[in-house]
Design a protein around this ligand. Sequence first.
Ligand SMILES: Nc1ncnc2c1ncn2[C@@H]1O[C@H](COP(=O)(O)OP(=O)(O)OP(=O)(O)O)[C@@H](O)[C@H]1O
Ligand SMILES: C[C@H](N)[C@H](N)CCCCCC(=O)O
Ligand SMILES: [Mg+2]
Length: 205
Amino acid sequence: MKYFVTAIGTDSGKTLASAILVEALDADYWKPIQAGRPTDSNTVKGLVSSEKVIHPEQYFLKSPMSPHAAAKIDGVDIHIDQLSLPNTNQPLIIEGAGGLMVPINDNEMVADMIPHFRAEIVLVSNIYLGSINHSLLSLEFIKSRGYPLKGIIFNGPENLETQRIIENYAGVKCILHIKNEKKITKEIVNEYAKELKANWNELAG
Ligand SMILES: Nc1ncnc2c1ncn2[C@@H]1O[C@H](COP(=O)(O)OP(=O)(O)OP(=O)(O)O)[C@@H](O)[C@H]1O
Ligand SMILES: C[C@H](N)[C@H](N)CCCCCC(=O)O
Ligand SMILES: [Mg+2]
């Protein structure tokens, strides 16, 4: 199975959520397009057990910007039909860049990778005042495109009413809630991975 980790915006916790998913599902990790350093692949590598496979990025862009702008600066043309999945027999966690409508070029956006990879979405919704709107817009977009949504991961201070209204609208359950942690470590990732694994198995019935 392939899971595409996207979020309601950038800096939402996709890389952290991806590391947790890699541990929970015994999956490989792949970031097809990386813009700027530190790379998410290196961050994930530092957070998961050593045997986990991190596939190299297909595109590394130097500037920490929207991929379409970073690609323009580097003189690189990125097209979704040229993105090719790494070879693996394990489940694969694919991390996007920013949110769903982040452009890759003048005609294609991050969301277009989802049907190209035939992946199911895991949406990271970080909690802040304004996140209901950003989450519901993302979910409305996912619904309008008919993309499969596996579940939502909430990230940040618990807000039960915010979570309830988003889950209610999405028609899918929260598969994990990540609290604000003082420091992100392997141990923390491992703890959340156990919790996610239990929820995931429950979801599968
Ligand atoms: N629950 C949390 N507790 C503490 N720090 C967090 C938490 N979630 C995310 N962070 C920190 O916030 C920053 C942004 O998170 P992260 O890199 O996972 O975002 P992202 O959605 O992957 O961003 P990008 O769009 O650049 O890929 C990182 O420094 C990360 O360690
Ligand atoms: C560089 C950054 N960390 C992300 N990888 C890319 C975020 C693009 C956001 C574009 C936008 O929504 O304005
Ligand atoms: Mg990231």
